[in-house]
Write a protein that binds this ligand. Structure first.
Ligand code: RAM
Length: 375
């Protein structure tokens, strides 16, 4: 995969690696519904609750769609609960509620790896299985972490993309999510390491700000950055909420095309900004697959097919057999870079008004037939 990243050309090579299965082809499973009370219900009771960083985030909605499809295939139940803002303390309250309800598994994306740990450990002590997805918790507070892509690759590629766009010169800033978010902090660590390489000596990271995955805060943070650093040349926002707000903020002060913006965004939210030139390229994976795989991992734990030890493997439906790696991590695959050059991508940007195409699996992919989640 690293080799792929080294190959980034001037037009930004698109990684046609999106696996297509998570959202397509299933009969659609149960969605929502309260978990049954009583105990966790044993190996046949797939009573699985998802707890994202915050609800009403399109990224997590797409993940929920994938999870619902998995629930349908496995004849389990799915529900999603969570705070309306990306708050770790509110997530703790939700973990305690789900523990009292004796769900059979909690699947969580953490706003803070440590703040959530005591409550999750209590859940585990009561027989509830815990899977983290998207943003990990402390490893001893979950059995499995389903990671969307290699964290190092995600961090480095964003700097590589921006470096090319800026011809490796100028001040840059990062607009992140919560200051304690595990995933963004891991990516930012690799961004800084990438920036320390000689080819970036003309670029300087002047500030990291935290929009807390809140649209208005991220918008204001961006305006403040632009004001505080009039020579700012580029922004990396490794959050789907942040990058969309940043694009809007940049346009609101007529700096589109003058201050480069890249990061992690959903095609639905970023299409407009790629089309009008505010954003040249951005990256993401299929969040639907993430939810789908996290549901399958939780089910395998509940059914006793895995315990979370490295080397164990489990059936992940249309994604095939998945193996648990070091530290209990299950990896999906490399991210996709979206730019103007790929309107016919399986998750196209609708440039020129084209509709998404449905494609069968590409050879070499691990998934079966289907279509990507709408994102
Ligand atoms: C936001 C969240 C999520 C992250 C994506 C890229 O939706 O912060 O955790 O993975 O952006």
């Amino acid at each position: 995969m690293k080799k792929l990243f080294h190959g980034l050309g001037p037009g930004f090579i698109v990684f046609l690696v999106l696996v297509l299965a998570a959202c397509g082809g299933s009969a659609g499973g149960p969605s929502g519904g309260a978990p049954s009370g009583g105990n966790t219900g044993g190996a046949n009771n797939l009573n699985i609750a998802f707890l994202p960083k915050a609800i009403n985030n399109p990224y997590f909605d797409t993940a929920a769609t994938g999870a619902k499809n998995a629930a349908g295939e496995l004849k389990g139940t799915f529900k999603q609960v969570g705070p309306s803002t990306a708050s770790a303390s509110e997530q703790v309250t939700w973990i305690n509620t789900l523990t009292e309800q004796h769900v059979s598994a909690i699947v969580v994306s953490a706003n803070d790896p440590n703040a959530l740990a005591p409550a999750l450990k209590q859940a585990i002590a009561q027989g509830i299985k815990v899977v983290s997805y998207d943003s990990d918790v402390a490893p001893d507070a979950r059995q499995v972490f389903v990671n969307q892509a290699n964290s190092e690759d995600i961090g480095r590629i964003e700097v590589q993309v921006l470096g090319k766009e800026l011809n490796y010169s100028g001040q840059i800033a990062i607009l992140s999510a919560a200051s304690t978010a595990t995933n963004q902090n891991a990516w930012i660590g690799f961004m800084k390491d990438e920036l320390s390489k000689p080819q970036y000596k003309g670029m300087s990271l002047v500030k990291v700000v935290y929009g807390n995955d809140d649209d208005q805060t991220s918008f204001n943070d961006t305006l403040n950055l632009l004001q505080a650093y009039p020579n700012l040349k580029g922004i990396i926002s490794p959050t789907t909420v942040g990058i969309a707000a940043a694009a809007r903020a940049i346009e609101s002060v007529n700096k589109g095309g003058k201050v480069a913006l890249t990061g992690l965004g959903t095609p639905n939210q970023m299409r407009k900004y790629v089309k009008d030139g505010t954003v040249q390229s951005f990256a993401l994976w299929d969040p639907g697959q993430l939810g789908y795989l996290a549901y399958y991992a939780a089910a395998a734990l509940i059914q006793g097919k895995i315990t979370g030890k490295p080397g164990e493997s489990f059936d992940a439906g249309k994604l095939g057999t998945k193996m648990i790696g070091a530290n209990g991590v299950v990896l999906i695959g490399p991210p996709t870079v979206f730019d103007k050059s790929n309107p016919n991508h399986p998750v196209p940007l609708h440039l020129g008004g084209r509709r998404p195409t449905t494609r069968r699996r590409r050879s070499g992919h691990t998934s079966g037939a289907g279509r990507p989640c709408e994102m």
